[in-house]
Design a protein around this ligand. Structure first.
Ligand code: 5GP
Length: 216
């Protein structure tokens, strides 16, 4: 895969950060950004379509693909496996388009090891009360699963310093959040010091204070 053909933008964020919606908005609004569809062993949620949301596959199939070296990275999250298919990333960057990987922290750092130029962006809710409200509001998981995701979400936010940028997704401000993420994409594409300065306030060295809002 030729990195120079297309850039890799990694968007992470705990459940409740709104990253799914933000990534969808970006892909819809900008032809130059395409989302790589991951493979997962998780069962589809209502409304999720195979080959659109994810490639839903069995654990056996997942293991086979791991063995065949088909994944750029993969990770276990809440007892399910998720992986980025090399074929998906190749397909997108070969078109000259930039690719968005919507993946969790472990996978994100593995991609950065392979592609040090990949740009990492973490989306967060504004604080832990909003996070909990959003997780409960989604109403797709059992209580035990919610508790597990809440704990995992807080852990993930503690990893924010490993990322290049972070953006807060405030209630009712999803478009603003997507625009801020896109402003990072544009600044990286321009590549000038001036452009990067415009998004300096979103660099994690300037946004670390958000972590304190998620400590118990
Ligand atoms: P969900 O089950 O809510 O769709 O996703 C759970 C977590 O897995 C999210 O943090 C999501 O970003 C992450 N994820 C989705 N696809 C991948 C992937 O291909 N690789 C990795 N490492 N994480 C993924």
């Amino acid at each position: 895969m030729a990195q120079e053909k297309g850039r890799i933008f990694i968007v992470s964020g705990p459940a409740g950060s709104g990253k799914g919606t933000v990534v969808k908005l970006l892909a819809e609004n900008y032809d130059s950004l395409n989302v790589a569809i991951s493979a997962t062993t998780r069962k589809p949620r209502p409304g999720e379509v195979d080959g659109v949301s994810y490639y839903f596959i069995s654990k056996e199939e997942f293991d086979k693909r791991v063995g065949n070296g088909e994944f750029l990275e993969y990770a276990c999250y809440s007892s399910n496996y998720y992986g980025t298919l090399k074929s998906e990333v190749d397909r997108i960057v070969d078109l000259g388009s930039d690719v968005i990987l919507e993946i969790e922290v472990v996978g994100a750092m593995n991609v950065v090891n392979t592609y040090p130029n990949a740009i990492t962006i973490m989306l967060t809710p504004p604080d832990k009360d909003v996070l909990e409200k959003r997780l409960r509001g989604r109403n797709t998981e059992q209580e035990a699963e919610i508790q597990k995701r809440l704990a995992r979400a807080k852990e993930e936010i503690m990893e924010l310093p490993k990322y290049n940028y972070s953006v807060i997704n405030y209630d009712g401000k999803i478009d603003e959040c997507a625009n801020e993420v896109y402003s990072i994409v544009e600044a990286i594409r321009k590549g000038t010091d001036e452009a990067r300065q415009e998004v300096e306030h979103l660099e994690t060295k300037n946004t670390k204070a958000i972590i304190e809002k998620f400590r118990n």
